[in-house]
Design a protein around this ligand. Structure first.
Ligand code: ZN
Length: 235
């Protein structure tokens, strides 16, 4: 197992792009993993290639560290989502406080696949953009769930994986600041232009905070975080 090897869960969104840059700054060999589960919008997955290329060019040492990209198709996950069960429903908040697009335990499923791949590839660190600071309500993003998963994976695969979640305790404004710390304005601008976060899959106009519909919860969180990041910078 390569002690300085990492596998980054990389969807092409703001959070996972920041995580990929974070990993490229730390580990000698970094591979990426995207999941294709029949998303209604594939635009996020299509952003991945551009982002990987651009990150490879951003710092000379990053080019040598960036390894293979992997995609795992897990279409089965769509079969247990509310959208699949009730057909094309609008995104809304359920009584649980979670959006109805929520697939229970989705991150646990992702991490199990990631660990199986990391095992095969001999990569010790598994990096994900899970975060419990901003309210999303997803219980499988919480620190305790990730730590429990690390224990379960290490027992179940007899490994010493380390699940890294660099965004766990920071909010969206601080995620922009972290990107600036790692890659300066060039990385901030790349994330603005090329990442995709919007729930409804809209590229739309380029706003200050990036592309997206501007009204879905993901766009609102991103726009609000960017506004606070910018306000903090100008103080
Ligand atoms: Zn949106």
């Amino acid at each position: 197992m390569k002690l300085s090897g990492a596998l980054v869960l990389f969807s092409g969104g703001q959070d996972s792009t920041t995580c990929l840059a974070w990993a490229l700054d730390r580990y000698e060999h970094v591979e990426t993993l995207g999941f294709d589960y029949g998303q209604r919008h594939r635009v996020e997955l299509d952003c991945r290639e551009n982002l990987r290329d651009a990150l490879g060019r951003m710092k000379p040492e990053w080019a040598g560290r960036l390894g293979e990209d992997h995609t795992i198709e897990i279409g089965a996950i769509a079969q247990v989502s509310q959208c699949a069960l009730t057909q094309d429903v609008a995104i809304e908040m359920a009584d649980t406080g979670l959006p109805n697009t929520f697939v229970p335990g989705r991150n646990l499923i992702f991490l199990a696949f990631a660990a199986a791949l990391a095992y095969r590839r001999g990569l010790k660190h598994i990096v994900g953009g899970m975060c419990e600071t901003d309210f999303s309500g997803y219980p499988d993003c919480r620190d305790d769930a990730i730590k429990a998963m690390q224990v379960a994976l290490n027992l179940g695969m007899d490994q010493r994986f380390v699940l890294e979640t660099p965004l766990m305790w920071i909010d969206k404004a601080q995620t922009w600041s972290l990107a600036e710390e790692i890659g300066g304005q060039a990385l901030v601008e790349l994330i603005q232009r090329e990442t995709h976060t919007c729930y409804v899959g809209e590229r739309g106009d380029l706003h200050e905070w990036g592309h997206g519909c501007g009204v879905c919860p993901a766009c609102q969180l991103r726009a609000d975080g960017f506004a606070r990041y910018k306000a903090a910078r100008s103080v």
